[in-house]
Write a protein of this length. Structure first.
Length: 397
């Protein structure tokens, strides 16, 4: 988990229209769960969720490598497809982006020619091998610490954020575009400032109109293209005290254009929240608190991952601190039934003693058959650390 840059300024919270839902007591659901891979040794320290190619292959990153997890004849197999140039010292992070040709794109927190991170591409070959390319090295002054999830548009342009660097040293939003003669062109779209909450601390998502959304510790921001190559930044939503603060998981859109996310801190019980933003007729967003987490609850607290939404509108995520059966985290489901949002715990992790993982701080992947795939940052094998090396797991409802 990366530590965001702290802001020295206290911000007043803006009161927005807030729709509060009654939150029912958490309910435990039976689920069949299994560990698909246990990290250990050089392949330890996973640092992202999974992306899928739709053919039974899943891809993720550790701090120093890119890996593939494949299902064939009912058996899961793991392989490292690329070790990054400096290994763990590059500190990769954020989910990979996969384009229609099967190429994978990622970014790092540090490393590269200036030590401030780089963007890379992996291209598949028919033989099953992959070709590695460094697309861009951050030069520190125009952005750095860019180990966050990027988003790609239909033209093959990549958009992302650097948590540091830029004109004000509070980070940048950038575009990396394929050049007509080969290579890639890097453009700073926006230089963030302290006045708007400091640097971005999660990756970007895009709506159907090409607007980009991300967050700092206090608000969700929007970047809108002006049609002349420039972009305008605005506060899409400023969190109230009851909505929480410090989002560490990426935002997610559903098919209707609603935006979902989590706050790791604050909220009604000071243990974080899950929230939904719905576009309203005035051009703004109406906020709904889906769940307020409770400290030291067996249902989890302090969520750090993105939320995933299924076709029925159910919301899935992970939370960290728990007590009771274990203190290693949970996978949860939020369902809207009879006008009430209720939390259902699908899986409670047991950490290294149970070998199923701990610290589930990354996004979940939902497949069409109802299986949930995720990654833990700890637990499993203790070969690399007493806190465990992490796992890839599956939960079925």
């Amino acid at each position: 988990m990366k530590t965001p840059k702290a802001s020295s300024r206290i911000f007043a919270f803006v009161l927005l229209t807030l729709t509060l839902c009654l939150i029912a007591a958490p309910v435990s659901e039976a689920a069949a769960d299994r560990v698909l891979h246990t990290f250990g040794g050089a392949s330890s320290y996973p640092s992202s969720g999974l992306v899928s190619d739709g053919a039974g292959n899943y891809y993720g990153v550790t701090e120093g490598a890119v890996y593939e997890l494949s299902l064939a004849a009912g058996v899961w197999s793991y392989r490292t497809i690329q070790v990054l140039p400096a290994g763990r010292a590059d500190f990769a992070g954020g989910n990979l982006v996969r384009d229609t040709a099967g190429n994978l794109y990622g970014s790092t927190w540090q490393g590269g020619s200036s030590g401030c991170g780089f963007i890379f591409e992996l291209s598949p070959a028919s033989s099953g091998s992959w070709t590695y390319s460094t697309l861009y090295n951050f030069n520190c002054t125009q952005g750095d610490h860019a180990g966050h999830t990027m988003v790609m548009d239909t033209g093959g342009n990549l958009y992302g954020v650097g948590q540091g660097g830029g004109v004000n040293d509070y980070g940048v939003a950038y575009e990396l575009s394929p050049a007509s003669g080969g290579g890639w062109t890097y453009t700073v779209l926006y230089n963030f400032t302290l006045a708007e909450g400091g640097g971005p601390q999660i990756g970007l998502v895009a709506d159907a109109s090409g607007n980009l959304y991300g967050a700092n510790g206090y608000e969700i921001f929007e970047l809108s293209p002006n049609g002349d190559g420039t972009w305008t930044e605005s506060a899409a939503h400023v969190f109230t005290a009851e909505e929480g603060s410090n989002p560490l998981g990426d935002l997610s859109f559903d098919s209707a254009g609603n935006l979902y996310g989590t706050n790791q801190a604050g909220g009604k019980y000071e243990a974080g929240t899950a929230f939904k933003l719905t576009p309203n007729e005035s051009g703004g967003w109406t906020s709904t608190i889906l769940h307020s987490f409770v400290p030291k609850s067996p249902a989890g607290a302090s969520p750090e991952g993105a939320l995933s939404i299924d076709s029925a509108g159910n919301v899935y995520g992970t939370a960290l601190a728990t007590n009771g059966a274990s203190g290693y985290g949970v996978v949860f489901k939020l369902a809207f039934v009879s006008g009430v949002w209720s939390e259902h715990v699908l899986h409670t992790f047991g950490g290294t003693p149970a070998n199923d993982g701990s610290l589930p701080e990354f996004s979940l992947y939902l497949d069409n058959a109802g299986y949930i795939f995720g990654v833990t940052a700890g637990g499993g094998s203790s070969a690399c650390s007493t806190n465990g090396c992490g796992t890839v797991y599956e939960v079925s409802q």
